[in-house]
Ligand binder design. Structure first.
Ligand SMILES: C[S@@+](CC[C@H](N)C(=O)[O-])C[C@H]1O[C@@H](n2cnc3c(N)ncnc32)[C@H](O)[C@@H]1O
Length: 273
């Protein structure tokens, strides 16, 4: 049995009659782990903006690029990924272990359906290790003290905290201090990789998409560039700073580069001094 996943997987109420962010996103990415309520929420977004699927793929692709740069340029071998989502290959550990098979990754999500599919995240290269924690960003202490995290990551060595396509599901009131609490537990030389939804590039579309999420009962908050930059206060921002996701190292990707008006998120990567 691998750390982080106790046998058997518990029976969970998947609340399939309600749209859920992970499943709507899975639907937008072309995945199969979604239900009628998720598809209805996704279809309403696509009806109003046919380019929203390409935008969702771009939102996923920047996770691959952030991970690749962390592993290749910054030599990071440990990752704490919160808001992991439904497994979609390549997952973060596959990108990191493609660079260094001994990389270790702890995944965290609060969605029972992600938990139900967690096995697909535990396919580590034999040299490395992955673990899954059924946890919530709003409870950083519980994540940090979880035996699966302690058994997988060495917190005396640098860790990349990756929060990809997550913080727009939480309001500003608490999220900054939650991220700070997590970073406080990580040593100097650790990194924060974060993407966050914005209305700066396509205000009307972003507002419609955000409203559709809220109408489906999913909290959603758009942030300006300055608001996203706040997450990196006190950290050393990596090149090219906080930019729209299509502008964050597009050379690391084979996918076509989208225009500014086709994406709705900022990305940034920074080192803890
Ligand atoms: C849009 S998906 C992003 C998935 C993945 N990080 C990616 O970029 O492809 C957002 C994920 O965050 C999870 N999530 C939302 N709120 C959360 C919270 N408070 N704590 C942990 N996970 C959360 C959702 O369940 C969902 O799986």
């Amino acid at each position: 049995m691998r750390p982080g996943l106790r046998e058997p997987i518990p029976t969970v109420d998947l609340q399939t009659d309600r749209a859920h962010s992970a499943r709507v996103y899975d639907y937008m990415l072309g995945g199969k782990t979604n239900f009628a309520a998720d598809r209805e929420a996704g279809d309403r977004i696509v009806e109003e903006w046919p380019g929203s699927r390409a935008s969702a793929r771009a939102a996923r692709a920047v996770m691959h690029r952030l991970t690749r740069r962390l592993a290749t340029v910054h030599g990071v071998r440990q990752f704490l990924d919160i808001g992991t989502g439904i497994p979609t290959a390549p997952n973060l550990h596959e990108v990191a272990q493609d660079v260094e098979p001994a990389s270790r990754v702890v995944y965290v999500d609060n969605d029972p359906i992600v938990l139900a599919h967690a096995r697909a995240l535990l396919t580590s290269a034999p040299e490395g290790r992955t673990a899954y924690i059924d946890g919530d960003l709003r409870h950083p202490g519980k994540i940090l003290s979880d035996p699966a995290l302690r058994g997988t990551l060495d917190l005396t060595r640098p860790v990349a905290l990756t929060l990809i396509n997550l913080v727009h599901f939480l309001s500003d009131d608490a999220v900054h201090s939650l991220v700070e609490q997590l970073l406080d537990a990580l040593p100097s030389g650790s990194f924060l990789a974060l993407t966050a939804g914005t209305g700066d590039s396509a205000p009307e579309r972003a507002e419609v998409a955000s409203r559709r999420y809220r109408e489906a009962g999913i909290e959603n908050h758009l942030r300006t560039r300055a608001q996203v930059e706040r997450f990196f206060d006190g950290l050393e921002l990596d090149d090219p700073g906080v930019v729209l996701i299509n502008r964050w190292h597009p050379e690391l990707d084979d996918d076509p580069v989208l225009g500014d008006h086709e994406v709705m998120a900022y990305a940034g990567l920074a080192r803890k001094p």
